[in-house]
Structure formats: structure tokens, C-alpha cells
Design a protein around this ligand. Structure first.
Ligand SMILES: Nc1ncnc2c1ncn2[C@@H]1O[C@H](COP(=O)(O)OP(=O)(O)OP(=O)(O)O)[C@@H](O)[C@H]1O
Length: 293
């Protein structure tokens, strides 16, 4: 099956809807538009998204993070802004734009702008919506938010390869898709599907990050390959896409996320170093591509 991205303005006499037009206008202000995806849930996609965001912001880039994982939105908590009050501005044509809360982690980073469906619903309430409504909500979080100029717009997609991912990828012109996997066979099978989806959607740069790659035993210091070894790298090689690196299991990374501070800003643990290196590699690759290399 080949999925082609249809042109946005494809109906003679009819332009795109105003929301899609606003997204198209806004995305011109975002230098690199990046999706973070996983074929399978629970592999650490959001953890990778927030740590990449923080690592890039620590290097001085302006970063926005959109939590498009509407069924399990936890980015706002991981970036320490879940209690933020969302203000909105009314424009002359009558539409409103929400102002994303920011966190600069006590001056350690450029302010990271965050928007999430989690702001719209109480913590303990599930979002029970049909697909079309979810897609519309994600588009609003892109087009009806005052994002401003950004170096990196990072979108944390829902897990899987579902309809919402297809629609958002057709609306937002992505520069890169980062697919997060763990090394075990079942995750890799689903990861292959996500990689292929992004290739078929003609996203210019697709890369794999392997999370929870291994554990360093706190008692003996030995490396334990809990979920097998090297699967992510092999998959990237097989699919002909970049492999950006491995992130070990790190108890402090989990604690830091729960406390709203990405581990890259907190302590120089093995996972923090891995996230920092992956972010640097990603920025270098995209800047090279931008220069036409
Ligand atoms: N490298 C790591 N070391 C230790 N804990 C980790 C690591 N990566 C993720 N975690 C933890 O695993 C749990 C799941 O991570 P996360 O929420 O990022 O996954 P996800 O793929 O986004 O999940 P979902 O599919 O539900 O959106 C979290 O508690 C997180 O802190």
C-alpha cells in the first residue's frame, strides 16, 4: 500500500479550511518540525520527546512541544507545567489562540513552550472521543495556539500507526520522524510498521531511537540486556534509516519525569548522556540537510 500526501488545496474553487490554513501559515515559523512516534505503547516515546526537547533547549534552541497523544497526555506533567492556567487571545477575525505555558527550568534552558490536551480535561477523566474529533483537537493545538517562532516543533504522536497520525502528517509538513522502540521482537515488529508509514508519507528524515536498551545492575555494575540486544539498530539498518542511539533503563530518568524535570537537566546519568548525544546528532543531521548536504 502506498500512502501519498494529498495536496492541501485540492478542490477547485475551495481553499483549505481556515484551521488548516492557520497551521500552514504557522509552520513557516518553525524551522524543524519533528514527530516522535512509536509502533507500540509504553516504550518511552514521551520520555524521549521531553528529553530531546530539554536537551535542545539547553543548547539554546527555541523549542515547542505539542502533546498529541490525546488518550494519554503526560507531556505537561513531564515538563513541569501541568498546573498552568491556559490564557487565550482573541483575534480580529474572531478566532481565539491559546497561549502555551513555558518552563525555562530556572534558566537552564530557553523557555520550552508546551501545549497538551491534558490542559483541557481534568487529570482523572479519560478523553472518550471518536477519531475525527481527536484529529480536529490535534489540529487546533497546532493552529489555534500562539506558538511564535521556533527552532524545533516537537510533536508527541499517539502510539501506533492510526488514522490521527495519518491526518496530522498530511496537514503538518514534517522534516523528521523519530521512531522510538525497545529492543524486543514484538516492539520491533510494530516499529517497522511506523518506520514504513513515515517513509511512505515521504517524511524527509526518518530515524530510530532505542529506549530501555539495557540495565546497569546497581549491585555488580554489569550490563543486563533485559529485552534482548541491538534490535533497534538492526531494524534501522534493514529499513535504510538512521539510528540515533540507545538509551539505557535509568531509575533516575523515571523519577525525574514523574517530578516534572527531564533527566538531561537534572543529573549526568547514563540515560541523560545518551539523550544529550541523540539531540546533538539530530540537530546536526537536520542542519546539514537544511544546508543541502
Ligand atoms: N530509559 C528509561 N529508564 C527508566 N524509565 C523509563 C525510561 N524511558 C521511559 N521510562 C518510564 O517508562 C514509563 C513509560 O514511558 P512513557 O510514558 O515515556 O512511554 P510512552 O511510550 O510515551 O507511553 P504511551 O504509549 O502510554 O504514550 C514512564 O514511567 C517513564 O518514566
Amino acid at each position: 500500500m502506498t500512502i501519498k500526501t494529498p495536496p492541501t488545496f485540492n478542490v477547485p474553487g475551495l481553499g483549505a479550511d481556515p484551521l488548516t490554513q492557520r497551521i500552514k501559515e504557522k509552520e513557516k515559523q518553525w524551522r524543524f518540525r519533528i514527530a516522535v512516534l512509536s509502533g507500540k505503547g509504553g516504550v518511552g516515546k514521551s520520555t524521549v520527546a521531553v528529553n530531546l526537547a530539554a536537551a535542545l533547549a539547553k543548547q539554546g534552541y527555541f523549542v515547542g512541544v505539542l502533546d498529541a497523544d490525546v488518550h494519554g497526555p503526560n507531556i505537561a506533567k513531564m515538563l513541569g507545567v501541568e498546573k498552568a492556567e491556559i490564557l487565550a487571545e482573541k483575534f480580529e477575525d474572531g478566532h481565539f489562540e491559546m497561549i502555551p505555558p513555558m518552563n525555562d527550568f530556572f534558566g537552564q534552558t530557553t523557555p520550552i513552550k508546551v501545549m497538551s490536551m491534558g490542559f483541557m480535561v481534568p487529570d482523572d477523566q479519560p478523553i472518550i472521543w471518536r477519531g475525527a474529533l481527536v484529529t480536529k483537537a490535534i489540529k487546533q493545538l497546532l493552529g489555534d495556539v500562539k506558538w511564535g517562532t521556533l527552532d524545533f516543533m516537537i510533536v508527541d504522536f499517539p502510539p501506533g500507526t492510526g488514522d490521527q497520525i495519518l491526518t496530522v502528517t498530511q496537514t503538518l509538513s514534517l522534516d523528521a520522524a523519530i521512531i522510538v522502540t525497545t529492543p524486543q521482537e514484538v516492539a520491533l515488529l510494530d516499529t517497522g510498521k511506523a518506520v514504513n508509514m513515515m517513509k511512505q508519507m515521504e517524511v524527509p528524515y526518518v530515524a530510530v531511537v532505542e529506549n530501555m536498551s539495557y540495565l546497569i545492575c546497581p549491585h555488580c555494575g554489569n550490563k543486563i540486556d533485559l529485552f534482548g540486544e541491538g534490535g533497534g539498530e538492526k531494524l534501522a539498518e534493514k529499513e535504510g534509516v538512521d539510528f540515533l542511539g540507545k538509551v539505557p533503563i535509568d531509575l533516575k530518568a523515571r523519577e525525574a519525569s514523574d517530578n516534572g524535570i527531564p533527566i538531561v537537566l537534572f543529573e549526568e546519568t547514563p540515560a541523560a548522556k545518551a539523550f544529550m548525544e541523540i539531540a546533538q546528532k539530530l540537530a546536526r543531521r537536520l542542519e546539514k540537510k537544511e544546508d543541502g548536504d
